[in-house]
Design a binder for this molecule. Structure first.
Ligand code: MRU
Length: 347
């Protein structure tokens, strides 16, 4: 099943808050509900958020009673603003909304009906492309995994974080499908536990050998020489290769460099933001401190204890061995290689 899809005039998505305890699909009947599902992380992971926003725009058109094309276009501008405000860091969200607005404002629609069809067609294309792109990423990246390796992975970048297949976890899946036997260490990824809950759930189903680690244990296994490769995803990659990813990524990158371990970011080109020069320009989401003190309604400390909860951090490009994209592996200097990737050139 895909993470997010269109069915009979509604957007359907797997409720990731319930996994691994239950596999539930929720129906979303308007774009406000899609935005709320992105904000409360019913759906999460940069490419999955992007595809959800694309379907959210198609849904805004589908549910509109606008009588003219101009009226519908104006409504879609508003829907785009609502969706873009759902979460700030993953650029795939802005990318998908802008793509849909580009389709919406193309000249030549004879009626609102024609525009509605065009938007749904484009949203389906975004979703289908995501799967195909991830499979290409997997094919490029799996060459880095050798039989017998132990690979460290952070957060969840698998089928759930995308429409299907995954990025960094997609590389792991591709290596497994290529018949390689290796082991994966999954950072549990406090505070929302995407590694322990979602990545472990996915690797269970794929039959990939894994262990969940407390986030604080990564350095221990690196120092012992057990980790051969680190694979992480990205929410936004700046032109110079600096990238934002799930909180904790930066400290893993520093530890990997200290221990001489290759460290790769894995992402589709839709995660590259060519408008920003460096990671300093990436907006970082700070979420409710209750996610730290009371994760999933489980009180760890008294309710009045104080906490901070940055959802992402920025890893400077100098820690990267490379960025695995659908066009191949981008290497330093990233200002050059990422430009080529964005132009669709083979790396
Ligand atoms: O807060 P989340 O769960 O949306 O954060 C997800 C990540 O940081 C992923 O690593 C990133 O979105 C890439 S997913 C292919």
């Amino acid at each position: 099943m895909r993470t997010v899809f269109w069915a009979d005039g509604v957007v359907r998505m797997i409720d990731q808050k319930q996994i691994p305890w239950a596999l539930e699909v929720v129906d979303l009947h308007d774009h406000h509900a899609v935005a709320a599902a992105i904000t409360d992380m019913t759906v999460r992971g940069a490419p999955a958020i992007g595809a959800s926003a694309a379907f959210g725009m198609a849904l805004a058109a589908h549910t509109s009673g606008a009588q003219t094309v101009a009226e519908l276009q104006a409504e879609l501008n508003g829907a785009g603003a609502v969706l873009k405000a759902a979460r700030p860091t993953a650029v795939n969200l802005m990318w998908a909304v802008d793509l849909m607005l580009g389709i919406a404002h193309r000249p030549g629609y004879a009626s609102p009906a024609g525009l509605k069809v065009a938007l749904l067609t484009e949203a389906q294309r975004v979703a289908d492309d995501d799967v195909a792109v991830n499979q290409r990423i997997g094919a490029h990246g799996q060459t880095l995994i050798q039989p017998g390796d132990t690979v460290l992975h952070h957060c969840n970048t698998g089928a759930l974080a995308t429409v299907d297949y995954g990025t960094a976890l997609g590389v792991i899946r591709a290596a497994h499908e290529a018949g390689k036997a290796f082991h994966v260490l999954l950072d549990e990824t406090r505070p929302r536990l995407q590694g322990a809950r979602l990545s472990a759930w996915e690797l269970e189903q794929l039959g990939v050998s894994y262990d969940i680690l407390p986030d604080t244990a990564a350095g221990f296994y690196m120092q012992r020489g057990e980790i051969k490769l680190v694979l992480v995803g990205a929410d936004r990659i700046a032109s110079n290769g600096d990238f934002a990813n799930k909180i904790g990524t930066y400290q893993i990158a520093v530890l990997a460099k200290e221990n001489g371990i290759p460290f790769y970011c894995v992402a589709p080109t839709s995660t590259i933001d060519p408008a920003i020069a460096s990671g300093a320009d990436i907006p970082i989401e700070e979420r409710d401190p209750a996610e730290v003190t009371t994760p999933y309604d489980t009180p760890l400390v008294p309710a009045h204890f104080k906490a901070r909860n940055p959802a992402f951090d920025v890893t400077p490009y100098r820690y990267l061995s490379g960025i695995i994209t659908e066009h191949g592996i981008a290497r330093a200097p990233f200002t050059e290689s990422l430009k080529k990737a964005l132009a669709g050139e083979t790396l």
